[in-house]
Design a binder for this molecule. Structure first.
Ligand code: ADP
Ligand code: MG
Length: 377
């Protein structure tokens, strides 16, 4: 029996009805454009969050996490409503709220996606619960419907204004592929991302840095993109080419212009990256990763010294390309390199971080893995 099923039994006194898993993600390219209707190209990592769930005959909700203290969070169904606070349980409660469950549940979470490392443990948590609930309550929701619902849970219940990418890829990813996702209508295409046969690996570097700007900085960037759209009178930054955008520079204040410039150029880089992958041109993919990093660092200004040091050191060590991933101001970077370079690169980054008096970084590698699924009993 899986550890989580045993623990569920110990905590709640009965066997779980359904087990479901959902992965964290790494965004290969297409950063900070999901909220501008852009294309993004994330893939699922092999680390997942697993949940065990059983329906209850009453209206009580009981939730526990193997990553948190052994306390069980309890709430009555009728009290489910967005509320302020720091509790991790809001991520789970939000999903139950948005899906409108009609009975209480017992829920145990075991998350193997590192928390707060920019690998989207929050989406893994939400999507594993949504997958379990969809199955246990026979809701019949499609993957795009589950993506919209879990995003709403994070936006409206937890109060984090995230885009739709993390939940979409956690739900829809296929092994061996990156997911080309159109954030406007959630249509998607699986793009083979087979780096291992090429002797390549994608190193994920968790800088362990979390700068305070995270919350305000994100909202401010998002607001700049919305301002550019409003002032240019277009429906979204998706609907303007790089050349058309550049030609209208004088209509925007300098900060708004440069933020929007990141968005329109990043959208083009995603489509170029798809072409590079389709033609197995990993040198080109590396260049696009580098351009993406420079744009996030210099135009969107969401990088930080730790992320820049990780990227620069990886490139010095011969990586084909590297960039920060996720919201920025901390979190993780990725670097595409030959498998035999990985160990040396990790040592060089660790040494550089130590010399700069930064916290020691953590390293992961992952092949593109499967999206959310019910675990057969
Ligand atoms: P990221 O999604 O990049 O990992 P977030 O800050 O968006 O970072 O989400 C992390 C938060 O999600 C945690 O602080 C916690 O509240 C919640 N969370 C994620 N996984 C778990 C888990 N296994 N158990 C409890 N809470 C979790
Ligand atoms: Mg998150």
């Amino acid at each position: 029996m899986l550890e989580i099923a045993k623990r569920f039994h110990d905590l709640f006194g009965a066997a779980p009805e359904v087990l479901a898993a959902a992965p964290g993600r790494v965004n290969l390219i297409g950063e900070h454009i999901d909220y501008s209707d852009g294309f993004v190209l994330p893939f699922a990592i092999s680390d997942t969050t697993v949940v065990a769930l059983a329906k209850r005959p009453d209206d009580l909700i009981r939730i526990a996490s193997m990553q948190k203290s052994s306390d069980i969070v309890e709430m009555h169904l009728q009290d489910l409503a967005p509320h302020k606070g720091e509790s991790w349980a809001r991520y789970a409660l939000g999903v139950l709220w948005v899906l409108g469950v009609d009975s209480g549940v017992d829920l145990l979470i075991d998350g193997r996606v590192p928390l707060g490392a920019g690998l989207s443990s929050s989406a893994a948590l939400e999507c594993s619960i949504a997958t379990a609930v969809n199955h246990a309550f026979n809701l019949g929701l499609s993957l795009p419907e589950l993506a919209r619902a879990t995003q709403k849970a994070e936006n409206d219940y937890v109060g984090v204004p995230c885009g739709i990418m993390d939940q979409s890829v956690s739900l829809m990813a296929q092994p061996g592929s990156a997911l080309l996702l159109d954030c406007r209508d959630l249509s998607s295409e699986n793009i083979p991302f087979l780096i291992a046969p090429q002797g390549l690996e994608l190193l994920i570097i968790d800088t362990q840095a979390h700068h305070k700007l995270v919350d305000g900085g994100y909202a401010e960037r998002r607001a700049s993109c919305e301002k550019a759209v409003a002032e240019l009178g277009i429906s979204s930054l998706r609907d303007i080419s790089v050349a058309q955008y550049a030609a209208r520079q004088s209509e925007l204040d300098p900060v708004t212009y440069i933020r929007g410039f990141h968005a329109v150029t990043e959208m083009k880089r995603v489509l170029d990256a798809v072409e590079a992958l389709k033609s197995n041109n990993f040198t080109r993919l590396g260049e696009l990763l580098n351009q993406s990093h420079r744009s996030l660092r210099d135009d969107y200004t969401v990088s930080c010294p730790e992320l820049n040091l990780a990227v620069d050191t990886a490139l010095e060590q011969g990586a084909l390309g590297a960039r920060m991933v996720g919201g920025g101001f901390g979190g993780s970077a990725i670097a595409l390199m030959r498998t035999e370079q990985v160990k040396r690169c990790e040592s060089a980054i660790t040494k550089a971080f130590s010399e700069a008096n930064f916290k020691a970084p953590r390293f992961f590698t992952s092949l593109p893995s499967a999206g959310a699924h019910v675990i057969p009993s």
